[in-house]
Design a protein around this ligand. Structure first.
Ligand code: GLN
Ligand code: ZN
Length: 763
């Protein structure tokens, strides 16, 4: 019989119960017991839900109070010295100290979990790093479920991926040394789990979906040999996800484990190779239900895939599950009472996905007829989506078909545009500007939410926003900023604001997905062809421009970022969706220009994170990403200056693609790493103008003028003075006026000093 399985369930709670419990505990409004009781409740609810859905293998230890990688650090006693941990069991204070920082030490680093929008805590390895079992969480949760009558499959992050995901901090140990030290702890865990009655464990090795180095193969071999010998009766499911195994497939199937999980949502084609090389003693776990999206499964297609596998290896060696953990999908579609019924009928959240897994398993075991009614419902959705006029917009498609290469290029090359813009904008050398948003004060937030709720009428809302815009404009004029912004008070989120005004997008009320710790995001859903019925920003930008003689910068979010921070369509390639969004932004750009706006910024902070996991796929992605950006703005005259902005990640690797965007000006995060970014420009001559951020807006510190002058002088070593702009490294919306006011004043002062220095050097 085929078995139904799950790799992990969202832990935040359908009503974000865990978020609330955590934040209340952190504020000191509730006790550790209160928090643990909520956690116990949540776990029990989730196990019960999975049991009721009929799942055969239900995960445990997929729950976390903060992050599963942090849990693994605690389990292995991998606690950086600065937290002053006493070496016993890692207590709650130490745990949250590592996650969030405390009086003794700053938080551990956090970074994106592969290509998801989830962030994990990066393990740190120090000099003489040692590991020892330091948490009983994985056992406690197994026992907790067992006492409730559910024998779960505990989940662990595999030793190879754990070390791979970590970072050496003044460490002196190579990965093989670390592995050798860490293995005994893992062996002990498996032994103990077997003693407690576990039949299976799930060991996640997502690094197998990446390009791995040569030495990794033997390391995997010896690691898994040791693990399989540690607890001979315990079955190991080796879980891979987020990409196909490709050149790592032979390695994965050569390991002494009892099952391998494949993400067939990300790479359905790998199944052909997999059935031909899977050893006879091994089961295949088929990840056919998308754990990272909100679309209903095409049961027909999935069942076909399952039957194909069955014809090769038989039912008894099959598990059916989600592509990856359901952590990355919202929890319960039933709670969405305001979604359009038709669009809602196309969707499935985590809870509904459990039903799909269960149905598919039943279909595999008892035949299609046994699930005839759900199959029919699924078929109806597939055909409805194929023809729905909500999705397919002929105007958008004919526009896409009529796309030509010259839409992707500005009228003239950069040097010509640069001269034209110099003549028309008349900016001083080292021009100053900001990234867009100004502090979002409680009053702004209140007005916006009252307007959304309908308790503040449109006129009152508009006048509140206009007052704020005027304030921001006057302030910038007063300190002598060169290119002004309106401050974005009308936006709560840089993607949602645009999504709400475009066709093809919808929004949930409760579709939260964990981003990190207690933080959740509610991504927009792109369900159909994207277009922009009416101007989205022109009214605000024109109003702001009417207040000043200085150039007012129009502020837009770019197509790649809108795509990456939304749930995407699964019925067309991402490239196509991205280009549709690009056309919509292009319309906005054209309207801004028509309204007399001569500087337009299109933010693309997500360009780097949209990159595929495998290097060999990178070039194709960057090509359509760059094309989409250019499509979104290349309709303007030479005299219109296009800016872009990037932050949040290391851009050095893709610096030539950033150059290829051909934006007239880019502002880019650089101040935190003391201009580490600039190293990229030693080898690569960035062709256009650039503002390497000189003010770190992530810190409450007010930078002084001298420090910013120093950063600009550093920039001058690798850039020409004509290229350099002076700006903060990101938007100011999370800061308060008390910091922003002096900081920007100092920044403008720094620009003046640098200008004077250059002038006297030239004289
Ligand atoms: N224009 C946006 C802002 O200033 C950019 C935000 C971002 O880079 N994430 O807030
Ligand atoms: Zn930014």
């Amino acid at each position: 019989m085929a078995l139904s399985t799950n790799l992990g369930f969202p832990r935040i709670g359908a009503n974000r119960e865990l978020k609330k419990a955590l934040e209340s505990y952190w504020k000191g409004n509730s006790t550790a017991d209160d928090l643990q009781n909520t956690a116990i409740d949540m776990r029990m609810q989730h196990w019960t839900l999975q049991k009721e859905a009929g799942l055969d293998h239900i995960p445990s230890n997929d729950f976390s109070l903060y992050d599963q990688v942090l849990d693994m650090c605690a389990t292995l006693g991998c606690v950086p010295e600065r937290y002053g941990w006493n070496g016993g069991t890692v207590d709650l204070d130490t745990y949250f100290g590592m996650a969030r920082g405390n009086a003794k030490a700053p938080a551990m680093e956090m970074t994106k979990w592969f290509d998801t929008n989830y962030h994990y805590i990066v393990p740190e390895f120090e000099a003489g790093q040692d590991f020892k079992l330091s948490s009983t969480k994985i056992f406690d949760e197994f026992i907790e479920a067992k006492e409730a009558g559910i024998t779960t499959r505990p989940v662990l992050i595999g030793p190879c991926s754990f070390i791979f995901l970590g970072k050496q901090k003044d460490g002196d140990l190579d990965p093989p040394d670390l592995l050798e030290k860490i293995l005994p702890v893992y062996e002990g865990i498996l032994k103990k789990l077997a003693d407690l009655g576990a039949e299976w464990v799930q060991i996640d090795e997502p690094m197998l979906a990446l390009d791995i180095c040569e030495g990794a193969g033997p390391a995997f071999q010896s690691t898994y040999k040791a693990l399989s010998e540690a607890a001979p009766g315990l079955n190991i499911l080796l879980a891979t996800y987020f990409e196909g195994l490709r050149d790592n497939m032979n390695l994965a199937f050569s390991l002494p484990v009892q099952a391998v999980h494949l993400d067939l949502c990300r790479d359905p084609h790998q199944i052909k190779d997999a059935v031909s090389i899977v050893p006879e003693h091994m089961m295949l776990s088929l990840g056919v239900v998308d754990g990272r999206n909100i679309w209903r499964n095409n049961l027909h297609a999935s069942l076909e895939m399952i039957e194909f596998v069955e014809s090769h290896i038989g039912k008894d060696r099959i598990m059916v599950g989600p592509g990856c953990s359901l952590l990355h999908s919202p929890i319960d579609l039933d709670l969405e009472t305001e979604l359009d019924d038709n669009i809602k009928s196309w969707m499935a959240f985590a809870k509904q996905k459990l039903g799909e897994i269960s149905a598919l398993t039943k279909g595999a075991n008892d035949g299609k007829e046994a699930i005839a009614s759900v199959m029919e419902a699924s078929d109806n959705v597939v055909s409805d989506r194929k023809t729905s006029t909500r999705i397919h917009n002929p105007a958008v498609q004919s526009r896409m078909n009529a796309m030509t290469d010259d839409m992707l290029n500005r009228e003239s090359p950069f040097p010509v545009r640069q001269q034209a813009q110099r003549d028309s904008l008349n900016l001083p050398p080292f021009p100053t500007t900001t990234i867009g948003s100004f502090p979002q004060t409680p009053e702004i937030r209140k007005a916006r939410s009252a307007f959304k709720k309908g308790t503040l009428d449109e006129r009152a809302y508009e006048s509140a926003m206009k007052k704020e815009i005027e304030h921001v404009v006057r302030y910038q004029e007063e300190i002598g900023m060169d290119v002004l912004v309106h401050g974005e008070p009308e936006r709560n989120d840089m993607v949602e604001y645009f999504g709400e005004q475009m066709d093809g997008f919808t929004f949930t009320k409760n579709g939260w997905v964990q981003s990190y710790g207690s933080r959740c995001v509610k991504p927009p859903i792109i369900y159909g062809d994207v277009s922009r019925p009416d101007p989205m920003t022109v009214k605000w930008t024109s109003f702001a421009q009417s207040l000043t003689e200085k150039p007012m910068k129009g502020m837009l979010t770019g197509p790649i970022t809108i795509l990456c921070w939304s749930f995407e369509r699964d019925d067309q390639p991402r490239e196509k969706t991205c280009k549709q969004i690009a056309f919509a932004i292009r319309d906005e750009v054209a309207d801004l220009e028509k309204a007399g706006i001569t500087v337009i910024q299109i933010d693309e902070p997500a360009i780097r994170e949209g990159q595929p996991l495998r290097q060999e796929d990178g070039a194709a992605y960057l090509k359509w990403a760059v094309d989409s950006f250019k499509l979104s703005c290349c309709c303007v005259a030479d005299t219109t200056q296009v800016h872009t902005h990037m932050c949040y990640s290391e851009f050095n690797e893709i610096i030539d693609s950033i150059g290829a965007l051909d934006a007239d000006v880019i502002s880019i995060e650089a101040s935190r790493s003391q201009m580490e970014l600039l190293e990229a420009f030693v080898a690569y001559k960035y062709p256009n103008e650039i503002g390497p951020g000189v003010y770190d807006i992530h810190s409450p510190r007010v930078p002084d003028t001298a420090s910013m002058v120093a950063l600009l002088e550093k920039a001058e070593k690798v850039l020409t003075p004509e290229q350099i702009w002076v700006n903060p490294d990101c938007g100011l919306k999370t800061r308060g006026w008390a910091e922003v006011e002096p900081a920007l004043k100092n920044m403008v002062e720094a620009a003046k000093i640098i200008r004077e220095k250059r002038k006297s050097a030239a004289a």
